[in-house]
Design a protein around this ligand. Structure first.
Ligand code: ADP
Length: 627
């Protein structure tokens, strides 16, 4: 393809909004632009270094990996340069003119709503980093020459909606990002300011960030190159030498998070393979986790050379909230990305890491329950996915679950172990009930028998529960059962009484079943104490709450026919039986059957099938009662 030397192009429309938002809403944190540019430069060097593992020619002899900051106090420019992979014309248009991320819309909405203090965190996580340069610059120029190419390209924009791309010249591979600083941002030309920003945000970048700094000797100024960052590969140092602040600073650099991590896991394993890992558990769900496009895994280094970021083979998806780095010198440097996935060494490392993470969580739960509960509220949903996906670790994950429970305080979860320890002697199984919210569940008629027996029930209010809890059929030999399908076992005497009642009630139940369409069955219940009727799932059906959720997700499979259960001890049911026995053809019986059905629907938080007919029946009864 041939290009005109210079072309003018428009930013993609969403990018215009991103630019506008970044420049206007991040004002109090504008200094993060430097962190973003330095990290792009470092990534670019990592990329060319990685590619050169297979093709050394790409480097054309330049292996002196360097990032450079240069200031021009006359032209008022700040330049960040690297000798990384560079960009050709197409790449530059694609990367600096569009945002290829799927969640951009959602991101914009989030950013608008977010507290100003949280915005830098969001931006860092979303990787719209480059554009933050427009917070401090009226105009930005990028001059870049791709590795292996002779021609350079110059991209330039004032961040207002258009950019130009022209052919240019550059000595050697790499990229210069030139910021024409706004008049009020001249502080970013000052050495002390740049120095302290590098220390604060970019100290662990492993390539040297160099700058010509002024040295005064007897009033004569000379400039000398100095490396501003310590380049410490934190994970290689021994734990005792590392301060908490260093751990936290590295976390912020790796994740873009502005908060401190919840926990640091620093593994120094000797053996086959020997490796170092520095992993972090976050306090909160990051943006990418919220929008479902989160990458899985820490970065993989081999002897400080970045090989893959992220490396999916290092952690299972249900631990995708864990970020950090792994360095394994035992891997061959020429390992390809494709074969990484099946590498047996990585499998071993993964096993080890998962064990350490679960152990850390277990300890947190045991020692700092409230902090753990906060963590679980934020990230437990992701952790739970492991129940169905990772059979080997199912038991260990089960120990980490927290549930709301019928007997417990609102918002305070219990573990399965605590539930089991509190089970009365006659209770054999673990019961749970899924539903929209705790208030509705706590009053569900299907729990009446549990309450009267004093049995606790786990309340599954997390929308993911109906999908993942079936992945755990039992815990410590105790079956997990849905309370709306499995009523507590009745004592023998009650059982006989109930069986006798069935014969008496059956003809009426048959009539109701014939009149109420769409039901699988109408039967007597042992689970009701106060209510007259309730709806339960047939033993072999999908969980009704799960069906509702699926329908909401656009995967409506229709609802499985349910079972209407009636309480034979209830005055209303007894009166209906008496009426039925004197005149089974009484036309009012059908109306009452519908009334029972509607009651059951309302009690579980659903709507009556036909609200107008329901109200008409109620009013008819009131009128009759009072006339
Ligand atoms: P992110 O770095 O999170 O992808 P940016 O907006 O900062 O987002 O950068 C967009 C893309 O532009 C990068 O992914 C990279 O491909 C490219 N890019 C940015 N800076 C450089 C650089 N110095 N050298 C090479 N490519 C770069």
């Amino acid at each position: 393809m041939t290009h005109p030397t210079e072309e003018k192009l428009s930013f993609k429309s969403e990018l215009k909004q991103v630019l506008h938002l970044i420049t206007h809403s991040l004002y109090s944190h504008k200094e993060i632009f430097l962190r973003e540019l330095l990290s792009n430069a470092s990534d670019a060097i990592d990329k060319v270094r990685f590619n050169s593992l297979e093709n050394e020619n790409l480097l054309q002899g330049d292996k002196d990996w360097t990032i450079r900051i240069a200031v021009d106090k006359v032209a008022h420019t700040l330049t960040v340069s690297d000798n990384g992979i560079g960009m050709d014309r197409e790449t530059i248009i694609e990367h600096l003119g569009t945002i290829a991320k799927s969640g951009t819309r959602a991101f914009l909405d989030r950013l608008k709503d977010a507290e100003a203090a949280n915005r830098p965190e969001l931006i860092g996580q979303f990787g719209v980093g480059f554009y933050s340069a427009f917070m401090v610059a009226d105009r930005v120029a990028v001059v870049s020459r791709a590795a292996g190419s002779l021609e350079a390209v110059r991209w330039e924009s004032d961040g207002q909606g258009e950019f130009t791309v022209a052919t240019a010249e550059r000595a050697g591979r790499g990229t210069d990002v030139v910021l024409y600083l706004k008049p009020e941002e001249m502080e970013f030309l000052e050495e002390w300011r740049l120095r302290s920003l590098v220390k604060q945000f970019s100290d662990f970048i492993e390539h040297p960030i160099r700058m010509a700094v002024e040295k005064k000797k007897e009033d004569v100024s000379t400039f000398e190159d100095e490396t501003l960052n310590s380049q410490k590969a934190l994970w290689l140092r021994s734990k005792s030498e590392i301060t908490e602040e260093e751990y936290n600073a590295f976390y912020r650099q790796v994740t873009g998070d502005f908060e401190e991590p919840l926990k640091v896991i620093h593994v120094q394993a000797e053996g086959t393979p020997s490796f170092r890992a520095l992993l972090y558990l976050p306090k909160r769900k990051s943006m990418d986790l919220q929008f479902g496009d989160a990458k899985v895994g820490p970065r993989l280094y081999i002897n400080r050379v970045l090989i893959q970021d992220p490396c999916e083979a290092l952690l299972p998806a249900w631990l995708r909230f864990v970020k950090g780095v792994v360095d394994c010198p035992d891997l061959p440097l020429n390992v390809s990305r494709e074969t990484l996935q099946q590498n047996p060494l990585l499998e071993k490392i993964q096993k080890n890491l998962v064990k350490q993470i679960l152990k850390t969580l277990e300890a947190l739960k045991a020692d700092q329950r409230e902090i753990y509960a906060e963590f679980f509220k934020e990230l437990g949903q992701i952790l739970k996915e492991g129940l169905g996906r990772d059979w080997e670790r199912r038991e260990a994950i089960a120990e980490l679950l927290l549930f709301e429970n019928l007997k417990g305080e609102v918002g305070k979860g219990i573990t399965l172990a605590e539930y089991v320890a509190a089970m009365p002697e006659d209770q054999k199984d673990i019961y749970h009930l899924a539903g929209e919210n705790r208030a509705a569940l706590a009053h569900a008629p299907s729990l009446e028998a549990f309450k009267s027996k004093g049995w606790d029930v786990l309340l599954l209010t997390d929308p993911i529960d109906p999908f993942v809890i079936p992945g755990l059929p039992e815990y410590k030999g105790k079956a997990l059962k849905a309370a709306d399908r499995h009523a507590p076992e009745m004592p023998e005497a009650e059982k006989q009484k109930a069986e006798a009642a069935v014969g008496v009630f059956q003809p009426m139940l048959d009539l109701f079943k014939a009149k109420l369409t769409g039901l699988k069955d109408v039967r007597l219940s042992s689970r009701l104490k106060e209510s007259a009727a309730c709806l339960v799932a047939a033993e072999d059906a999908l969980d009704p709450h799960m069906e509702q959720l699926l329908a909401r997700l656009g995967q409506d499979r229709g609802t499985s026919p349910r079972v209407l259960e009636l309480n034979p001890e209830h005055a209303t049911i007894k009166a209906l039986l008496a009426k039925f026995q004197t005149d089974p053809t009484d036309s009012r019986l059908e109306g009452y059957a519908h009334l029972l059905m509607d009651q059951a629907l309302i009690a579980e938080g659903s709507k009556p099938e036909n609200p107008t007919a329901f109200l008409a029946r109620i009013n008819e009864l009131v009128a009759k009662e009072l006339s």
